[in-house]
Design a protein around this ligand. Structure first.
Ligand SMILES: [Zn+2]
Ligand SMILES: [Zn+2]
Length: 157
């Protein structure tokens, strides 16, 4: 586990503990996946990754833990129109995402213009900007390469 992921896990664990919940091995494993996964897993994906190690773990437990970590401000949620959600516990603050419509991959682009865009939005509207949502959708390099094969648009999950 990297030092950054460890720091993220410690922050999550401290808040969950402060909220009065016990840090069970299952909850810790869920938080650890949130803290170190770069691929923005969904609750389902986390459950699938953990069910071998914790055969008794339920999807409801995973979902509730992920929602709790999110509500404590320690993970951000990328919600989709179809009701599915993916999570980022590495960066709990708002940041832009790029979503592949073919394989569901989600990455964090580094956008140098983000600060300018935020200032421009504030100036243009007179609003005091508190937060933002910015998602790009398209086809990732791997899926673009495989375009010749017919690829159904997958439900993002
Ligand atoms: Zn893709
Ligand atoms: Zn992210």
């Amino acid at each position: 586990m990297s030092a950054t992921a460890r720091k993220r896990l410690d922050a999550m664990a401290a808040k969950v503990k402060a909220s009065g919940l016990k840090l069970t091995p299952q909850r810790l494993a869920i938080m650890r996946l949130l803290a170190e996964s770069e691929d923005h897993p969904g609750a389902d994906g986390i459950w699938r990754r953990l069910k071998r190690r914790f055969p008794g773990i339920s999807q409801a437990t995973v979902y509730r833990t992920v929602q709790l970590v999110k509500s404590l401000g320690e993970a951000c949620e990328i919600a989709f129109a179809d009701g599915g959600s993916r999570y980022d516990g590495r960066k709990p603050y708002p940041h832009p995402h790029i979503v592949c419509l073919a394989c569901g991959r989600i990455i964090d682009p580094e956008l140098r213009s983000l600060g300018d865009m935020t200032r421009e939005a504030a100036t243009a509207s007179g609003f005091e900007i508190k937060t933002f949502r910015l998602d790009f959708f398209g086809t990732c390099p791997e899926c673009s390469k495989n375009k010749t094969k017919t690829m159904p648009t997958r439900r993002i999950k």
